[in-house]
Design a binder for this molecule. Sequence first.
Ligand SMILES: *[C@@H]1O[C@H](CO)[C@@H](O)[C@H](O)[C@H]1NC(C)=O
Ligand SMILES: *[C@@H]1O[C@H](CO)[C@@H](O)[C@H](O)[C@H]1NC(C)=O
Length: 271
Amino acid sequence: MQNFLLFSTLVLLAGTTQAEWRLVWQDEFNGNHVDLSQWGFEVGGNGWGNNELEFYTYNRTENARIENGNLVIDVHVEDYRERQFTSARMHTKQAWKYGRFEIRARMPNGHNLWPAIWMMPLESIYGIWAASGEVDIAEFRGDILDKIEGTAHYGGTWPNNIYSGSGPRSFNVNFSQDFHTFALEWDHKQLRWYMDNQQYFSFDIDRMLWSGKGANPYTKNGQPFDQPFYLMLNVAVGGNFFGPGPYVTPDQARQWPKHTFEIDYVRVYQQ
Ligand SMILES: *[C@@H]1O[C@H](CO)[C@@H](O)[C@H](O)[C@H]1NC(C)=O
Ligand SMILES: *[C@@H]1O[C@H](CO)[C@@H](O)[C@H](O)[C@H]1NC(C)=O
């Protein structure tokens, strides 16, 4: 693992000579348990606006633990409160404006598993979702093992919001077999999405990002992506990301080949 880290650091330096990225925050997940001074948990089973099936628990090793130098978010099939699945949804307690956000992870494999690496605004000064923005660094469907997608949401408060994204993008890899590096670069002009340092999508933000529907929440180019955002990691079960239900049943879920989302590290760089 150490050799790999050194190698990937060198590749990163070689690949981004135009920008001097300085490491400002990291969690390598080398301790014994989730560092609660750096991570908060979001708890509940209300569907999270997407008709998701899981209940997100707090600091419970069944659902979030450190193992072999990785953060492991583990989806369990179990009756818990009003739900039949448990999982975890975690956020960094720090937030950043601009930077390179790099996450090395291995995805789960199973019907209707939905891991996500994403960012949300610390304060919703332009209004409720999605007027204040959301950036999905990588989302994955556990049914389709070679595709990820990156998306930005913005433009106005729901339902007057819009999004711009890569759509499901196919790579010649099996994301639940090997670890890969997912990254977002964000400056005042652009958002750029990378998979293993290969850029696969970009979105220009140096312009008015209002959707043209409803009230315009913005007064300047680049809003809402001119505010601090924090990073989130979670695995949902089912939900609108898969289209309309019905979604996976507990019996089907017991056949999931791999119900863990493993994160080797999260690193944040700024210029
Ligand atoms: C969270 O987990 C850690 C590690 O197991 C433990 O030390 C801590 O007491 C837990 N906190 C709560 C609130 O359960
Ligand atoms: C991808 O990797 C997963 C996890 O190791 C495995 O279960 C699955 O069979 C692999 N799929 C393909 C198409 O290789």
